[in-house]
Design a binder for this molecule. Structure first.
Ligand SMILES: Nc1ccn([C@H]2C[C@H](O)[C@@H](COP(=O)(O)OP(=O)(O)OP(=O)(O)O)O2)c(=O)n1
Length: 153
Protein backbone atom coordinates (compact mmCIF):
# COMPACT_ATOMS: atom_id res chain seq x y z
CA UNK A 1 0.00 0.00 0.00
CA UNK A 2 1.35 3.39 -0.93
CA UNK A 3 0.95 5.96 1.76
CA UNK A 4 0.97 9.71 1.28
CA UNK A 5 4.59 9.67 2.48
CA UNK A 6 5.74 7.11 -0.03
CA UNK A 7 4.00 9.17 -2.71
CA UNK A 8 5.79 12.31 -1.54
CA UNK A 9 9.11 10.51 -1.18
CA UNK A 10 8.88 8.99 -4.64
CA UNK A 11 8.03 12.38 -6.14
CA UNK A 12 10.76 14.13 -4.20
CA UNK A 13 13.40 14.13 -6.94
CA UNK A 14 10.88 15.93 -9.17
CA UNK A 15 9.60 18.22 -6.51
CA UNK A 16 12.06 21.01 -5.87
CA UNK A 17 13.32 21.61 -9.42
CA UNK A 18 9.71 21.96 -10.55
CA UNK A 19 9.07 25.17 -8.71
CA UNK A 20 10.05 27.08 -11.85
CA UNK A 21 7.28 25.40 -13.88
CA UNK A 22 3.64 26.42 -14.01
CA UNK A 23 1.11 24.18 -12.31
CA UNK A 24 -0.12 22.70 -15.61
CA UNK A 25 3.43 22.03 -16.86
CA UNK A 26 4.38 20.40 -13.58
CA UNK A 27 1.30 18.17 -13.57
CA UNK A 28 2.02 17.04 -17.13
CA UNK A 29 5.62 16.22 -16.18
CA UNK A 30 4.54 14.32 -13.08
CA UNK A 31 2.05 12.29 -15.08
CA UNK A 32 4.93 10.90 -17.10
CA UNK A 33 6.95 10.16 -13.99
CA UNK A 34 7.33 7.10 -11.76
CA UNK A 35 8.28 4.73 -14.54
CA UNK A 36 4.82 4.68 -16.04
CA UNK A 37 2.93 4.78 -12.75
CA UNK A 38 1.05 8.00 -13.34
CA UNK A 39 0.30 10.53 -10.65
CA UNK A 40 -3.43 9.92 -11.09
CA UNK A 41 -2.95 6.26 -10.28
CA UNK A 42 -1.00 7.15 -7.13
CA UNK A 43 -3.68 9.65 -6.14
CA UNK A 44 -6.28 6.90 -6.40
CA UNK A 45 -4.32 4.83 -3.91
CA UNK A 46 -3.93 7.76 -1.55
CA UNK A 47 -7.67 8.47 -1.58
CA UNK A 48 -8.32 5.19 0.20
CA UNK A 49 -6.01 6.01 3.07
CA UNK A 50 -7.81 7.30 6.17
CA UNK A 51 -5.85 10.10 7.78
CA UNK A 52 -5.59 11.67 11.20
CA UNK A 53 -3.72 14.78 12.24
CA UNK A 54 -1.30 12.60 14.21
CA UNK A 55 -0.64 10.38 11.20
CA UNK A 56 0.01 13.37 8.95
CA UNK A 57 2.26 14.84 11.61
CA UNK A 58 4.30 11.62 11.76
CA UNK A 59 4.59 11.46 7.97
CA UNK A 60 5.75 15.08 7.80
CA UNK A 61 8.38 14.38 10.46
CA UNK A 62 9.64 11.38 8.47
CA UNK A 63 9.66 13.48 5.29
CA UNK A 64 11.77 16.21 6.91
CA UNK A 65 14.11 13.71 8.61
CA UNK A 66 14.74 11.80 5.39
CA UNK A 67 15.96 15.01 3.73
CA UNK A 68 17.87 16.49 6.63
CA UNK A 69 15.34 19.35 6.64
CA UNK A 70 14.53 19.32 10.35
CA UNK A 71 17.12 22.08 10.82
CA UNK A 72 15.02 24.34 8.55
CA UNK A 73 11.69 23.43 10.15
CA UNK A 74 11.87 26.04 12.90
CA UNK A 75 8.59 27.58 14.11
CA UNK A 76 9.27 30.87 12.34
CA UNK A 77 10.27 29.26 9.03
CA UNK A 78 7.21 27.03 9.08
CA UNK A 79 4.95 29.96 9.88
CA UNK A 80 6.36 31.95 6.95
CA UNK A 81 6.07 28.93 4.65
CA UNK A 82 2.44 28.46 5.71
CA UNK A 83 1.59 32.12 5.09
CA UNK A 84 3.26 31.84 1.66
CA UNK A 85 0.99 28.91 0.85
CA UNK A 86 -2.06 30.90 2.02
CA UNK A 87 -0.94 33.48 -0.55
CA UNK A 88 -0.91 30.75 -3.20
CA UNK A 89 -4.50 29.83 -2.25
CA UNK A 90 -5.46 33.51 -2.55
CA UNK A 91 -3.90 33.68 -6.01
CA UNK A 92 -6.26 30.96 -7.22
CA UNK A 93 -9.29 33.02 -6.15
CA UNK A 94 -7.90 36.36 -7.22
CA UNK A 95 -9.82 38.27 -9.93
CA UNK A 96 -12.58 35.69 -10.15
CA UNK A 97 -15.16 37.75 -8.26
CA UNK A 98 -17.45 35.94 -5.80
CA UNK A 99 -17.27 32.17 -6.06
CA UNK A 100 -20.21 29.87 -5.34
CA UNK A 101 -20.01 26.96 -2.92
CA UNK A 102 -18.79 23.82 -4.62
CA UNK A 103 -16.91 26.00 -7.11
CA UNK A 104 -19.41 25.75 -9.98
CA UNK A 105 -17.91 26.27 -13.45
CA UNK A 106 -14.34 25.80 -12.25
CA UNK A 107 -12.06 23.64 -14.37
CA UNK A 108 -11.17 20.32 -12.73
CA UNK A 109 -7.48 21.30 -12.95
CA UNK A 110 -8.19 24.49 -10.97
CA UNK A 111 -10.01 22.50 -8.28
CA UNK A 112 -7.12 20.07 -8.15
CA UNK A 113 -4.66 22.95 -7.84
CA UNK A 114 -6.75 24.42 -5.00
CA UNK A 115 -6.71 21.05 -3.22
CA UNK A 116 -2.92 20.97 -3.43
CA UNK A 117 -2.44 24.48 -2.12
CA UNK A 118 -4.94 23.94 0.72
CA UNK A 119 -3.02 20.78 1.56
CA UNK A 120 0.24 22.73 1.71
CA UNK A 121 -1.38 25.14 4.19
CA UNK A 122 -2.67 22.24 6.29
CA UNK A 123 0.62 20.36 6.20
CA UNK A 124 2.67 23.38 7.25
CA UNK A 125 0.12 24.13 9.98
CA UNK A 126 0.36 20.57 11.32
CA UNK A 127 4.16 20.69 11.20
CA UNK A 128 4.20 24.11 12.88
CA UNK A 129 1.99 22.85 15.71
CA UNK A 130 4.19 19.78 16.03
CA UNK A 131 7.50 21.63 16.35
CA UNK A 132 5.81 23.96 18.86
CA UNK A 133 4.80 20.92 20.93
CA UNK A 134 1.09 21.57 20.47
CA UNK A 135 -1.36 18.71 20.01
CA UNK A 136 -3.46 20.31 17.28
CA UNK A 137 -6.29 17.76 17.45
CA UNK A 138 -6.70 18.29 21.17
CA UNK A 139 -6.31 22.07 20.94
CA UNK A 140 -8.86 22.34 18.11
CA UNK A 141 -11.37 20.12 19.92
CA UNK A 142 -11.08 22.27 23.04
CA UNK A 143 -11.44 25.43 20.94
CA UNK A 144 -14.67 24.18 19.38
CA UNK A 145 -16.09 23.69 22.89
CA UNK A 146 -14.93 27.18 23.86
CA UNK A 147 -16.51 28.66 20.70
CA UNK A 148 -19.83 26.99 21.51
CA UNK A 149 -19.84 28.54 24.99
CA UNK A 150 -18.95 31.98 23.63
CA UNK A 151 -21.55 31.78 20.81
CA UNK A 152 -24.59 29.83 22.10
CA UNK A 153 -26.82 28.37 19.38
N1 LIG B 1 11.45 22.87 3.33
C1 LIG B 1 10.30 22.27 2.95
C2 LIG B 1 9.82 22.44 1.64
C3 LIG B 1 8.63 21.82 1.28
N2 LIG B 1 7.96 21.08 2.18
C4 LIG B 1 6.70 20.44 1.84
C5 LIG B 1 5.52 20.99 2.60
C6 LIG B 1 4.54 21.45 1.54
O1 LIG B 1 3.45 20.51 1.48
C7 LIG B 1 5.28 21.41 0.22
C8 LIG B 1 5.62 22.78 -0.30
O2 LIG B 1 6.43 22.60 -1.43
P1 LIG B 1 6.87 23.82 -2.35
O3 LIG B 1 7.61 24.82 -1.54
O4 LIG B 1 7.56 23.22 -3.54
O5 LIG B 1 5.50 24.53 -2.72
P2 LIG B 1 4.43 24.16 -3.85
O6 LIG B 1 4.22 22.69 -3.88
O7 LIG B 1 3.24 25.05 -3.59
O8 LIG B 1 5.17 24.59 -5.19
P3 LIG B 1 5.08 25.99 -5.95
O9 LIG B 1 5.35 27.05 -4.91
O10 LIG B 1 6.15 25.86 -6.99
O11 LIG B 1 3.68 26.06 -6.50
O12 LIG B 1 6.48 20.65 0.48
C9 LIG B 1 8.48 20.92 3.47
O13 LIG B 1 7.87 20.20 4.27
N3 LIG B 1 9.62 21.53 3.82
Amino acid sequence: MHTLTSGLVSLAPLYLPFSRYTYAERTRKMEGAEGGRGVREMEGEEKDVGVSLKELSRKLEEFAKARGWEQYHSPRNLLLAMVGEVGEVSEIFQWRGEVGRGLPNWEESDKEHLGEELSDVLLYLIRLADVCGIDLGEAATKKIVKNAIKYPA
